[in-house]
Design a protein around this ligand. Structure first.
Ligand code: ADP
Length: 343
């Protein structure tokens, strides 16, 4: 049942025990009014006086935030402004408080270290490439000078100088082609991929050496345990990657046999390419995949190598989500292991 309204127009049980306003005497009502007015006045005084300390506190808080908390950010900002290409690798000094700002500076330091390494390797690459181009140019220039300055050059001498210049042009051509291919491989440009039959791929690489004068007395044998197996990739690039390894055996190993063995292990194709030559020391295991690294510089130049062959192979295989390595345990020559994912 609905409660009746009281004199103040309120409804409900909760104030039933309180005396009704209408039933109070005039003096009692005055007393209550006076007490309420006093309460209101008290509230006004308390709020007026407490507002000043509150304002002061917010100023102090703001100052603390600006000086203590934002100071490291200000320092970080000014350190970032000071960064140039040559001091990129120097980390920003900071006290590790384990807070978010320390974490931010740590991440920043790690990022600039990576950038500085990338800059350094780019610089090294340009220096090496310039050196590789400069060497044949110097030889060509010297040959031309000999002819131009010495009017009595014999026919044989002239032929020798021209052939030497031609060889240097051939080297520069190889180098430019390798540099372009490497740059293409390291950029994130996508390349055409298709389904490739492994047997067909390896046979087409072997065919590249048929009738090749470089093959000399080398025989190439292929044992296939991956019949009708397919991988997905760019045929021209994969041919190039495998060709570089086989060509190296022919050029540098001093052996007379290259064995290619392909097999499936789990979800991967393994192509092992080994020769029976002098082999590669295990300290060179990773260095031989670096750009412009050669074990025997003179021999490599004589063979027309740019020092980029295995670096290109590595990039191509890695762009196919695979890996290439030298088996340092192999004792009968050099053995390279190429791993590629199956479709
Ligand atoms: P390049 O392009 O000059 O031929 P690579 O990057 O292909 O250079 O190879 C790096 C170096 O590794 C070569 O200069 C050579 O000294 C060495 N090398 C590669 N393969 C073999 C091998 N099968 N036997 C001996 N040495 C090798």
């Amino acid at each position: 049942m609905e409660q009746p309204l009281d004199d103040d127009g309120r409804r409900g049980m909760f104030h039933l025990d309180r005396p009704r306003w209408g039933s109070l005497q005039q003096e009692e009502r005055e007393l209550i009014r006076e007490s309420r007015m006093k309460d209101l006045e008290n509230i006004r005084v308390v709020s007026t006086y407490s507002i000043f300390p509150l304002i002061l506190l917010s100023f102090i808080g703001g100052y603390f935030l600006a000086t203590v908390m934002l100071k490291p950010l200000e320092k970080l900002n000014s350190e970032i402004r000071k960064k140039e290409a040559d001091n990129l690798g120097n980390p920003i000094d900071f006290i590790d408080n384990g807070d978010e700002i320390s974490e931010l500076i740590k991440s920043f330091n790690a990022m600039v270290l990576k950038l500085s390494k990338a800059f350094e390797s780019q610089k090294q690459f340009v220096e090496n490439a310039s050196h590789e181009i400069k060497t044949p140019l110097t030889i060509i220039q010297a040959n031309l000078d000999t002819v131009l300055e010495n009017k009595k050059v014999s026919k044989e001498e002239l032929e020798k100088l021209l052939n030497s210049s031609k060889k240097q042009i051939f080297l520069m051509d190889n180098l430019t082609e390798d540099l372009l291919l490497l740059s293409h491989m390291t950029s994130n440009v996508d390349f055409k991929k298709e389904k490739i039959e492994v047997e067909e791929l390896i046979n087409s690489v072997i065919n590249l050496f048929e009738g090749n004068s470089k093959k000399k007395d080398m025989s190439i044998a292929f044992k296939n345990q991956s019949k009708s197996v397919k991988i997905k990739g760019n045929k021209v690039l994969l041919e190039r990657a495998l060709k570089n390894i086989i060509e190296n055996s022919i050029k540098y190993s001093g052996g007379d046999r290259v064995n290619i063995f392909s097999q499936i292990k789990g979800k991967d194709l393994f192509v092992n390419i080994s020769d029976n030559g002098k082999g590669i020391a295990k300290e060179e295991k990773d260095k031989i995949f670096e750009r412009f690294y050669r074990i025997d510089k003179g021999r490599s130049r004589k063979e027309g190598g740019s020092g980029l062959g295995l670096a290109i192979t590595k990039e191509i295989i890695e762009r196919h989500k695979g890996s290439v390595s030298l088996d340092s345990k192999y004792r009968n020559g050099a053995k390279f292991i190429v791993k590629l994912p199956l479709i």
